[in-house]
Design a protein around this ligand. Structure first.
Ligand SMILES: [Fe+2]
Ligand SMILES: [Fe+2]
Length: 188
């Protein structure tokens, strides 16, 4: 049985790769139907990967004594907020507008779109853990700096999890979506 859960999946299920075989990733940039708006959408994915890395690295910088608790809390508030808010907006738009548009264009991939929607639900759970842990760190940095370090270990685990989730989700999402866009000349 093919695993579709983001926790076990190794890539898009075979049956969801029909168009990806015709339009492999390497050939996207030269395809005239690789629309500008889709390149921008992939640019947002790249920003999420970077923000995920920044938050993870900031935890490590603090744990390696390269930042004070106050500096760390300020950076976490900024970059953590950017990651969570932007991802939330992005997922909401995909679930409500973008995936239905793709389904109308080609319903053969509905199962893949459902998998991606389930990913969003799972990602949200990790983002909620990240948010509550980050909020505790920010509060502790004001109240008792000595307690910050214990909390950051857990926060760092969350950022590792987010990185793993994003790597799998964004890759599979692009592999499913971009060939549909190109094949059906959407948004050209
Ligand atoms: Fe997504
Ligand atoms: Fe996305």
């Amino acid at each position: 049985m093919t695993h579709t859960s983001i926790h076990q999946r190794q890539g898009l299920p075979e049956e969801m790769q029909i168009l990806l075989r015709d339009y492999p990733r390497d050939a996207w940039p030269d395809n005239p139907h690789f629309a500008r708006s889709i390149q921008n959408w992939m640019g947002a994915h790249e920003m999420f990967r970077r923000l995920g890395d920044i938050n993870r690295k900031e935890c490590e910088n603090y744990l390696d004594d390269k930042r004070s608790a106050h500096e760390f809390a300020a950076r976490l508030s900024h970059y953590g907020g950017l990651l969570v808010q932007n991802l939330h907006g992005h997922h909401t738009w995909e679930d409500r507008d973008f995936f239905p548009e793709l389904s109308r264009a080609d319903s053969r991939f509905d199962q893949g779109l459902e998998t991606l929607e389930s990913d969003h639900v799972e990602l949200n759970k990790v983002l909620e853990l990240f948010t509550s842990s980050a909020n505790r760190v920010i509060k502790l940095a004001q109240l008792d700096e000595n307690l910050v370090r214990d909390e950051v270990g857990q926060l760092h685990d969350c950022t590792e999890e987010i990185k793993k989730f994003l790597a799998r989700h964004l890759r599979d999402e692009e592999d499913l979506v971009v060939p549909i866009i190109i094949h059906h000349k959407l948004r050209g």
